[in-house]
Design a binder for this molecule. Structure first.
Ligand SMILES: C[S@@+](CC[C@H](N)C(=O)[O-])C[C@H]1O[C@@H](n2cnc3c(N)ncnc32)[C@H](O)[C@@H]1O
Length: 465
């Protein structure tokens, strides 16, 4: 975040010294000065930090003892500016039903005073034997529990220790979390996930089956919805004194924003776009939308040609208007359609231009943070998706420091292949040097195309007008 928003100041807090040291080390390596870290409890620092516009409290609330939650919430309330927003992650029921059975199961056997390795080993043994011994494994409860145990057996030691063996971890019903936060002056503004928030606002404000008057409070409406659409872990947004209404996003909220969309079409022919012929646009996860209106088709084609970069909404409309007329009612229709795409995760909305390239630059640059992460096993794309790296990535991505040309990168990989530090499919056995060169060239180019697709390259060109 500090890298993506260089004009914003970030503060990271956790009493765990080791985590803070690691974070400070990263910040130094990627040369970020707009971020500082403190190894302290928030309550201790609250008076000296001033106020913040956004507070992200991730993985803390449901994982600390009940009797520590009030002090934490009070400190968050003190640190949040009057118009600020709090993102709070927490576990919730009934989505957390099976997980909470596993917590209880672990508590029956765990000895918190035993050495850590011993506790983890014992927990694994009990998970395995528990899986075999589930009674009624073909009824809904047994099936759910078995699945949860199976998932947990596959998790890391660190997950078992911090999540399953954490004696404080629990889940509340969301109405309880909302009421608790109300006591500290917070009002529930909605789910941080756009799709969930949209479904929730529809349920609360518009549903024919559950008229608003059926609920006597926002928390009961939200609770009702949560029983029908459960999730074990969630991000909720709270505001101070913001009124009790849930925030329902409106299309005009997109004004002044940068938008991008991964939708692509197999046709960009003008006769298909300018006619009322229906054409499909394909998104990730097999999502397809079928579009008839020419202006909407031009708009999506413009977006797909820019992907993974985004464009200012007003500039996007200017581009579409240069290809076809848009009446004011059509413009409203397009805005509503864009909002719908956002709710389906098919439109990204950003406050700033994303610095990502959409053509392969001569001297490709990967951001220092992504480069640093790639040196481990995973890197992260500009959209926050994890990307598993292999030996070739680990050689390539760190090379991209802005001083390397593509040829230099290929040479470095070739050197590693010759030195047998890197094995490349097809390069084993008796193979001519020029064939190896060809293999390396192709492999590097293919990888660069993938980086481009995933938004790993920083744009080296002017913002899109
Ligand atoms: C489950 S871990 C989550 C770590 C990290 N926030 C994340 O989401 O990946 C819970 C963290 O909360 C921190 N913590 C506990 N009490 C705290 C407090 N009063 N103020 C700030 N952090 C706290 C712990 O040190 C621990 O690192």
């Amino acid at each position: 975040m500090a890298e993506q928003y260089p004009t914003i100041e970030f503060v990271g807090i956790d009493p765990c010294q080791e985590q803070i040291d690691q974070a400070k080390d990263w910040a130094t390596q990627v040369k970020r000065q707009n971020v500082s870290f403190f190894s302290e409890r928030l309550e201790v620092l609250a008076d000296s930090l001033g106020t913040f516009d956004y507070i992200i409290c991730h993985g803390v609330y449901s994982w600390i003892p009940l009797n520590e939650r009030a002090a934490l919430l009070q400190s968050i309330a003190d640190c949040l500016s009057e118009k600020g927003a709090l993102y709070l992650s927490h576990n919730s029921m009934p989505g957390c039903n099976a997980r909470s059975s596993v917590w209880q199961m672990m508590r029956t056997i765990d000895n918190p005073h035993a050495p850590i390795e011993e506790r983890i080993q014992r927990a694994r043994e009990y998970l395995q034997s528990g899986e075999m011994r589930v009674v009624d494994a073909h009824r809904p409860y047994g099936m759910q529990l078995r699945e949860e145990i199976e998932r947990n057996i596959a998790r890391s030691d660190s997950f078992i220790l911090h999540e399953l063996l954490n004696p404080a971890a629990d889940a509340e019903w969301i109405s309880e979390t909302i009421s608790t936060l109300q006591r500290f002056g917070f009002f529930y503004a909605g789910d941080a996930h756009p799709q969930r928030n949209h479904a929730l606002s529809e349920e609360v404000h518009y549903s024919e089956h559950t008229p608003q008057e059926q609920f006597d409070s926002v928390e009961s409406a939200v609770q009702y919805f949560d029983i029908l659409y459960p999730s074990s872990f969630r991000g909720s947004v709270f505001v101070k004194n913001g009124g009790r209404a849930l925030v329902t996003p409106e299309a005009k909220a997109l004004d002044g924003c940068y938008v991008s969309s991964p939708l692509v079409s197999s046709s960009v022919k003008d006769e298909d776009l300018s006619s009322l012929r229906m054409i499909p646009f394909y998104g990730p996860s097999e999502e397809v939308i079928e579009v008839k209106a020419p202006a909407y088709k031009y708009l999506l084609v413009e977006l797909s040609q820019l992907w993974p970069r985004g464009i200012l909404l007003s500039s996007l409309f200017e581009r579409v208007e240069s290809r076809c007329d848009i009446s004011s009612s059509e413009r409203e229709y397009l805005m509503r359609e864009l909002l719908k795409l956002y709710f389906r995760n098919l439109l990204e909305v950003h406050s700033d231009e994303l610095s990502v390239a959409n053509v392969l630059p001569e001297s490709p640059v990967v951001s220092p943070f992504r480069r640093l992460k790639a040196a481990g096993d995973w890197t992260i794309t500009l959209r926050g998706e994890l990307y598993k790296t292999d030996a070739l990535d680990q050689l390539l991505i760190p090379l991209l420091d802005g001083t390397q040309t593509m040829d230099n990168c290929k040479q470095a990989v070739l050197k590693a292949v010759h030195a047998k530090e890197l094995r490349m499919k097809g390069s084993e056995g008796n193979i001519e040097a020029n064939e190896i060169e060809q293999l390396v060239r192709e492999a590097v180019e293919e990888r660069f195309a993938q980086y481009l697709d995933r938004g790993l390259f920083i744009a080296d060109c002017e913002p899109i007008k």
